[in-house]
Each structure stands twice: as structure tokens, then as C-alpha cells.
Design a protein around this ligand. Structure first.
Ligand SMILES: NC(=O)c1ccc[n+]([C@@H]2O[C@H](COP(=O)([O-])OP(=O)(O)OC[C@H]3O[C@@H](n4cnc5c(N)ncnc54)[C@H](OP(=O)(O)O)[C@@H]3O)[C@@H](O)[C@H]2O)c1
Length: 287
């Protein structure tokens, strides 16, 4: 599996398996098996996905089965803090519980899922105070070895700048919505400046970009999902496509052997200039 280097010198796989809305064992198990057999070494979960326990069970079986040839240390396992558990104490406890659900000693990456706190008004200053508290808890957990890398998700450039002004450990990863219909250049520039690895989510626009006329005009007779994923990888970003279909999981892994021409890259770069589209949640109004 191709990797990228994080700012502390460690490596992270370029391709991971997204698991949003996949939570039952009958669907997850074949998908995780197929992913691992096709070289995926990163799994992206979150407390709000309600699949940490089942994923932990499936992964333990994989580690115990010599036919996979994969051990815990070969995998890069990510989970995320629920917006219900923001603040130092709640975050510390939530990560510990997340580890227990997974049956793990440590996470490779733990992200603050969302800059806001559940059930608080977007304009409530507690949002900023709480997410800073959560980040400090992640810094503690990192020093204790329970979370090898720490990061954030869905932070705007403003949220990220505030964090950078106050944190002790620069986030290793920022995961946010990023595809040819949504290129948030201010966030990309800030990540670049501080060597924060970008992880793109909803690379396929939750599936909706696969029928986008402008994208199809560029892709022509190639595999649309592979081209969309390759566009991100060729920019240096990590991708975590989700599929509940094992054949698509292996097809998406072919992104690593593709190459897009400069012309294709430029055309895909320009798609968002005609019309921007966001498929997931928008954090812009959170103070
Ligand atoms: N941090 C955050 O707030 C956040 C938000 C959203 C997502 N994420 C993470 O990012 C992951 C990916 O994002 P996403 O789930 O929003 O959507 P996505 O990966 O952009 O798209 C997933 C959709 O595309 C379909 N699909 C996947 N591969 C395909 C292929 N080769 N051909 C045709 N259809 C294909 C899937 O359908 P089938 O399942 O039927 O194949 C599914 O409906 C999530 O699972 C999650 O881990 C994080």
C-alpha cells in the first residue's frame, strides 16, 4: 500500500475504507475482508457510525486468521469523537470507551469529528471552548500512547487557525469534504503550510458525483469512481471511499495503479468553478 509521510515522520496509507452507514456484520465482514485482501490497510470509523464494536470483532478474526497475513501493527485504525462528547473529560472518557469497543490498546488516528458540540447553538462560545478541551485530551492521550496520531475533521480555515494558535501538537491529519465540486482552497493552503495531511471524504459525492454530467464529460469511457479517487490521490490527498459492495471495494483499490494526464487534472480542478456542491454537513456557521 502506498503511503504518505506525516509531520512526525510516521506513514499513513493513501487509501482507506470508509464505513459510514455500514454497521451490520453481514455487510461489513465481506467488505473488510475484500479490502484487506486488496491491500487496504486503513479503516475509517467513528463513534457516531455505531460500528466500532463489530469492526473490532471482524478485525480480531482477521488478525487471528493466518491466511490474511495481517497483524494489528499492519493496520491504521481511525475513529472519531462524537459531537456529544466534546470537552476535555468527556473526550478522554470517550476515547477510552471507543478503544474498549474496538478491543484495541491504541488507535492509529483519532479525530475530532466536528467543530461543534451536540445540542449547543452554533453561535454559543462553548463550541470553541469545548473543542479546544477535546483537543487537549487528544494531546494527553497521544502522550500516553493510546492515540498515535491526532487530528480534526470538518474544521474550516478559521477553526483550524484558532487551533494552531493554541495547540501544543500540530494535528497530523485533517479530514474534510473534498472532491471536484468542493475544493476549499483556504483549508488546503493552511494544511500545506503546517504539514497537516489532508484526508478527503465523500470523494464520490456519496455516489452522486458518479452521474455528474461535467465529470462524465471528462472521464469519458473510464471508471468514474477510479478517476475521482485518482484526482485526489494525484493531488497528494488520502482517500477513504465507502462501499458496501466487495466488487466496488476492489475496483476502488485500482486507483493506485492509474495515472491522470495534466489535462485531465486541470479539467477536474475546474469543475467546482462552474458550480460548487457540498454533499455533507456544513460547519461554516459554528463559532
Ligand atoms: N468526517 C466526516 O464528517 C465524514 C463525513 C462523510 C464521510 N466520511 C468518511 O468518508 C467515507 C466516504 O464518504 P461517503 O461515505 O460520504 O461517500 P463516498 O465514498 O463519496 O461514496 C459512497 C457511495 O458511493 C458508492 N460507491 C462506492 N464505490 C463505488 C464504485 N466503485 N462504483 C459505484 N458506486 C460506488 C457507494 O455505494 P455502495 O455502498 O452501494 O457501493 C456509496 O453509495 C465515509 O464512509 C466515512 O468513513 C467522514
Amino acid at each position: 500500500m502506498a503511503t504518505k509521510q506525516l509531520h512526525n515522520g510516521d506513514t499513513i496509507p493513501v487509501l482507506g475504507l470508509g464505513t459510514y452507514r455500514v454497521k451490520t456484520e453481514d455487510v461489513l465482514k465481506p467488505v473488510v475482508h475484500q479490502a484487506i485482501q486488496n491491500g487496504y490497510r486503513l479503516i475509517d470509523s467513528a463513534t457516531v457510525y455505531r460500528n466500532e464494536e463489530v469492526l473490532g470483532r471482524i478485525l480480531k478474526e482477521v488478525f487471528d486468521d493466518p491466511s490474511f497475513g495481517v497483524q494489528r501493527q499492519d493496520m491504521f485504525i481511525t475513529s472519531k469523537l462524537s459531537p456529544q462528547n466534546q470537552g476535555y473529560d468527556a473526550c478522554y472518557k470517550a476515547v477510552t470507551e471507543s478503544l474498549e469497543r474496538f478491543g484495541l490498546e491504541y488507535f492509529d488516528l483519532y479525530l475530532i469529528h466536528w467543530p461543534g458540540t451536540a445540542k449547543k447553538k452554533l453561535s454559543d462560545p462553548i463550541n470553541q471552548e469545548n473543542r479546544m478541551g477535546s483537543y487537549r485530551a487528544l494531546e494527553t492521550l497521544h502522550r500516553e500512547g493510546k492515540v498515535r496520531h491526532i487530528g480534526i475533521s470538518n474544521y474550516t480555515a478559521r477553526h483550524l487557525q484558532h487551533l494552531l494558535d493554541h495547540c501544543e501538537i500540530v494535528p497530523h491529519v485533517h479530514q474534510f469534504e473534498l472532491h471536484p465540486r468542493l475544493v476549499q482552497q483556504d483549508i488546503l493552503d493552511l494544511c500545506d503550510k503546517h504539514h497537516i495531511q489532508v484526508q478527503a471524504y465523500s470523494s464520490l459525492g456519496e455516489g452522486k458525483l458518479l452521474t455528474d454530467e461535467d465529470v462524465l464529460d471528462i472521464v469519458k469511457d473510464r471508471n468514474v469512481a477510479q478517476v475521482l479517487l485518482r484526482w485526489a490521490v494525484q493531488h497528494g490527498w488520502i482517500v477513504i471511499p465507502k462501499s458496501s459492495n466487495p466488487d466496488r471495494v476492489s475496483s476502488n483499490a485500482k486507483v493506485l495503479s492509474l495515472e491522470l494526464s495534466d489535462e485531465d487534472m486541470k479539467k477536474l480542478d475546474a469543475v467546482h468553478q462552474a458550480e460548487t456542491q457540498r454533499f455533507c454537513w456544513d460547519p461554516s456557521d459554528i463559532i
